[in-house]
Design a protein around this ligand. Structure first.
Ligand code: PMP
Ligand code: GLN
Length: 383
């Protein structure tokens, strides 16, 4: 293994899902729903397979039906106009979109600012691109995680190439406010930075509405926005994601993407095109269901003695284990299956400043109600 990747080891999600299987535990670690997405979307995939649509290499940028559906989605939800031919790119999940964007846009030695704790592939992809990651830490304050805008400003140097943003934010569940987004946008404009923004949880916002950072002044030409069908339609195995950006940025990302997978998920692209056209009631239903699950797991965790950081978005809840007399999230998560048959993720893996993340543990609530209830009753035995 080369020096760029040596520090990363095995992704925590694989490690913890394997632990869940080995111990027969309830897996609230890796974020994937235990119920598949809508039947009609599955049927659309079956139809595409049967009709021979997408069984051979689809076009490099993605099938036109999906690019058109993504452009329509951006227009109808956010009032954003994207040309499906030049400003939309279909990728193998958001994961490939992140990798391709960084490989395409970062020069060796460039600095990339990422909000810490950050989703684990960010650090690895920045490293593969030869960049230097500069974490800006979200601080837990009064039950929420907050971005210190002065710290963000101070992190920008002459070497900074881009800000890698994520809102709604995994693992904290933070949704950046309009004021925060406006400040990040103003900084990007002032310092002439690109923004790559991972908005895969755009439809999982429980209070208020999702605001894409590209909607702020001066951002249309410098923002690469990333979306994914995995989260919005509960088909994480399909690996259909997308990028929307100005044509020169999409062309750059495509240059890298064509040599990573070239293309992926042919028949599923057609199905996701249909999914994006589902009525608003579908999106509202998903959000309302997950809001109820957030409250169920959140109150259960609080009753079990955890300090709970109530998420405004995503399907993750971050907790502080110190009220339980614990301080090491890694040790806690490794012991949890033995102690009570539940698997969770230690947030420390999402930090450069590991000490800052040490006592925090993330639980996923994209699970059936009965599963969450069982998990809560098991966790209550901890105290
Ligand atoms: N970004 C974030 C913040 C995520 O939480 C995830 C996934 N789980 C991804 C990207 C990857 O998405 P995909 O499965 O579409 O590759
Ligand atoms: N994004 C999911 C999570 O945060 C996991 C994705 C993965 O396993 N790579 O749990």
């Amino acid at each position: 293994l080369n020096r760029r990747l040596a520090e990363f080891g095995t992704t925590i999600f694989a490690e913890m899902s394997a632990l869940a299987v080995r111990t027969g535990s309830i897996n609230l670690g890796q974020g994937f729903p235990d119920t598949d997405g809508p039947d009609e979307v599955r049927e659309a995939a079956v139809r595409a397979l049967r009709d021979g649509r997408g069984n051979q290499y689809p076009p490099g940028p993605g099938v036109p039906e999906l690019r058109t559906a993504v452009a329509r989605h951006q227009r109808e939800w956010y009032g954003l106009a994207y040309d499906p031919d030049t400003e939309v790119l279909v990728t193998a999940g958001a994961t490939e979109a992140i990798a391709a964007a960084l490989l395409a846009l970062v020069e060796p030695g460039d600095e990339v600012i990422a909000l810490e704790p950050y989703y684990d592939s960010y650090a690895a992809c920045i490293a593969m691109a030869g960049g230097t990651r500069v974490p800006v830490t979200l601080h837990p304050r009064d039950g929420a995680y907050v971005l210190d805008l002065d710290e963000l400003r101070d992190a920008v140097t002459d070497r900074t190439r881009l800000i890698l943003l994520n809102s709604p934010h995994n693992p904290t569940g933070t949704v950046l406010t309009r004021e925060e987004l406006a400040a990040v946008a103003a900084l990007a404009v002032e310092r002439d930075l690109l923004v790559v923004t991972d908005e895969v949880y755009e439809h999982l916002v429980f209070e208020g509405e999702h605001t894409p950072i590209v909607t702020f002044p001066g951002m249309r030409e410098r923002t690469v926005t990333i979306g994914s069908a995995g989260k919005t339609f509960s088909f994480t195995g399909w690996k259909v994601g997308w990028v929307t950006a100005a044509a020169p940025l999409v062309a750059a990302v495509r240059s890298a993407k064509q040599f990573l997978t070239y293309v992926a998920s042919g028949p599923f692209q057609y199905a996701v095109a249909e999914a994006l056209a589902l009525p608003r009631t579908y999106f509202d239903g998903l959000r309302d269901d997950l809001r109820a699950k957030r409250d169920l797991l959140g109150s259960g965790l609080a009753a079990a003695g955890f300090e709970v950081y109530r998420p405004a978005g995503t399907y993750f809840v971050t907790t502080d284990i110190r009220p339980l007399g614990e301080s090491d999230g890694f040790a806690f998560c490794r012991a949890l299956p033995e102690r009570c048959g539940v698997v969770a993720i230690p947030n420390a893996v999402f930090y450069d400043h590991r000490d800052e993340g040490a006592p925090f543990v993330r639980f996923a609530f994209c699970k059936r109600t009965d599963v969450l209830e069982e998990a809560v009753s098991r966790l209550k035995g901890l105290a």
